[in-house]
Design a protein around this ligand. Structure first.
Ligand code: MG
Length: 210
């Protein structure tokens, strides 16, 4: 399986990173990158800050689980390729990412390291959440304070559009996971922090930083 992550899919977050990454808004093709299966952090296990970075950021995201094989999927049929959603944290070594962007290098060291993709133990059938993937709200609290509020109606590119775009290049398989981008409010984690995230009021993530 593979983990596909979308960058800058919420305007407010694209703006907050603009000054230090030089990312531009308004693309009609998604920016995406991959994390390997070794990046998965499951069961609300604690996240250990790795030694090679001084600045790990949380990015809370809606995660869509692919449920059938497809390639070159058209946008109008894309909804047939997923039926469950969960939450994830796209942990990012922001210092390494900044350096990679400045030097025009790939992002893997900043994005694909072990345990950099925290995943909710539970994925919820979309039908249980009203059936519309573009009408979902999620929220991340750090130490009990709300840091990120996501509303999927605010995505720059819809989930169907993302599935269609990515599948022009790569075959999607059952079990692949699509991180759909993060809203504003990203920030650093430090040992002792607790991250808690809810999707439509359901607690899906609750784990500690060490
Ligand atoms: Mg992200």
């Amino acid at each position: 399986m593979k983990i596909i992550c979308i960058g800058r899919n919420y305007a407010d977050h694209a703006r907050e990173l603009n000054h230090d990454t030089g990312l531009a808004e308004g693309a009609d093709e998604p920016l995406w990158f991959l994390k390997p299966d070794t990046a998965m952090l499951r069961n609300n296990d604690p996240f250990y800050i790795p030694a090679f970075t001084q600045e790990v950021h949380y990015e809370c995201e809606l995660v869509v689980k692919i449920c059938r094989v497809g390639r070159a999927i058209s946008e109008r049929f894309a909804h047939r390729y997923y039926d469950e959603v969960g939450l994830g944290i796209d942990f990012t070594a922001r210092d390494l990412q900044r350096r990679a962007i400045a030097e025009g290098l790939p992002w893997e060291r900043a994005k694909a390291f072990d345990h950099s993709a925290a995943l909710s133990p539970r994925f919820i059938p979309l039908t249980e959440l009203g059936g519309d993937v573009q009408r979902l709200r999620f929220k991340l609290e750090v130490n009990g304070r709300v840091r990120q509020r996501g509303d999927t109606s605010q995505m720059l590119l819809s989930v169907d559009r993302l599935v269609a775009s990515v599948s022009q290049y790569m075959t999607l398989r059952m079990g692949d996971l699509l991180f759909t981008g993060t809203p504003a409010g990203v920030g650093p984690v430090t040992p002792g922090d607790t991250l808690r995230a809810t999707l439509e009021g359901r607690e899906l993530l609750n784990f500690d930083i060490r």
